[in-house]
Design a protein around this ligand. Sequence first.
Ligand code: HXC
Ligand code: NAP
Length: 308
Amino acid sequence: MDHTSGMLSPDSLKGKTIIVTGGGTGLGKSMGSYFSELGANLVITSRKIEVLEKTAEEIKGKSGGEVLCTACDVREYEQVEKVIEQAKEKFGGVDVLLNNAAGNFISPTERLSNRAFDTVVDIVLKGSYNFTLAMGKDWIDNKQTGTILNIVTTYAWTGSGYVVPSACAKSGVLAMTRSLAVEWAKYGIRSNAIAPGPFPTEGAWDRLLPGDLKKKYDPAKKVPLGRVGDHQELANLAAYLVSDYSSYINGEVITIDGGEWLKGAGEFNQLEAIPEELWDAMEMGRKKGGSKLKMMWLYFKGMRKLKL
Ligand code: HXC
Ligand code: NAP
C-alpha cells in the first residue's frame, strides 16, 4: 500500500449518485473512476460527448458500475438543470456535486481580450455557481441532504500573475464554498473544496505549458517534496470528502500540493539554495577559536557552488 493505492474500503460510496463536471478528462476522470470503483452511480458531464462516452466505457469496464454521460456547457443554466433532471431520472436522486470543470490560459493580462477574460471566469465561476444553485434548489425543495465539493487552486488565496481570470474565478468559488457551508448547513448540505498543486494532466499541463516551457518551468522543482501529485492521491482525498466518513467537515479547503504554495510564501525559503559549506563557514564565524583559514576556505567553496 502506498500513495498510488485506493484508500477507502470497497462500497464506501455505494448507493450514492455523484455528478462530476469536466468528468471526461484529467483529474475529473480519475476522481470519477475511483468513485465508481467505490460503488457510486456516476454522472459525468462536459461539452464533448465523444470524450465523455469513451471515458464512460472505460470506467464501466473497470468498475462494472453505472455511468451516465451527458453533454452540457456549465455556462448555460438550462443545460445544467437538464443534467440534474437526467441524473434524477436514471438514478432517482443526486447525493454529491463535484464542480471540477475549468478553463484556463496563460497570458499577460493586458494581452487578453474582454471575451477571453469572460470565457475563463464564466466556465470556472459561473459554471460552478450554476451547478451549485440548481443542485442546491433541488435538494432544498425535496428536503434532501447533499454534499458539494469544489476544485480550486492554491492561487485562489495567493492570487497569481499570468492566470488572472482563473485566479479571480477560483477565489470566487472558494468564497462560495465557505459562504454556503454556513448558509446551507441547516439543510444538511455540506460544502468543501480541494486546492491541488501540480498534477500532470493534458488539459492543464500540455495546454498551459506547451513544449519546452514545461522543461524550463518544471512544476516538480517548486514542490518541497520534489515531485508532482499522483491522481490517486487526489482521488483518495475527494472520495473521503464526498463520503459519509467526512460528515463533520464543512467549509474547509484542503490543500494537496506537497508544500508548494508555502515554499513560495515563506520569506527565507529560498535559502535552501545555500550549500552546506557556507552554513559551516557561518557557524565557524560565530563560534570562538575556530580556524580562520578553514572558515575562509569553506566560505569560498560555498560561494563558488552558489555561483555568486
Ligand atoms: C489568450 C485566448 C486563448 C489563449 C482562447 N483565447 N485561448 N486568449 N490566450 N491561450 C480567447 C479567444 O481568442 C477568444 O477571445 C476567447 O478566449 C474565447 O475563446 P474560445 O476558443 O472561443 O473559447 P472556448 O471554445 O470556450 O474554449 C475555452 C478555453 C479552452 C478555455 C479557451 O482552452 C478550453 O476549453 N479549456 C478547457 C481545458 C483547460 O483549460 N484546462 C485547464 C484547467 S487547469 P476573442 O476576443 O478572440 O473572441 C487550471 C489550473 C491550473 O485551471 C493550475 C496548475 C497548477
Ligand atoms: P482538464 O482535463 O482540462 O479538465 C477540464 C475539464 O473541464 C475538461 O474535461 C473540459 O471538458 C471541462 N470543461 C471546460 N469548459 C467547460 C464548459 N464550458 N462546460 C463543461 N465542461 C467544461 O484539466 P484538469 O487538470 O483535469 O483540471 C481539473 C480541475 O483541477 C480544474 O478545476 C482545474 O482548475 C483544477 N486544477 C488542476 C491542476 C493540475 O495541476 N492539473 C492544479 C490545480 C487545479 P470539455 O472540453 O469536454 O468541455
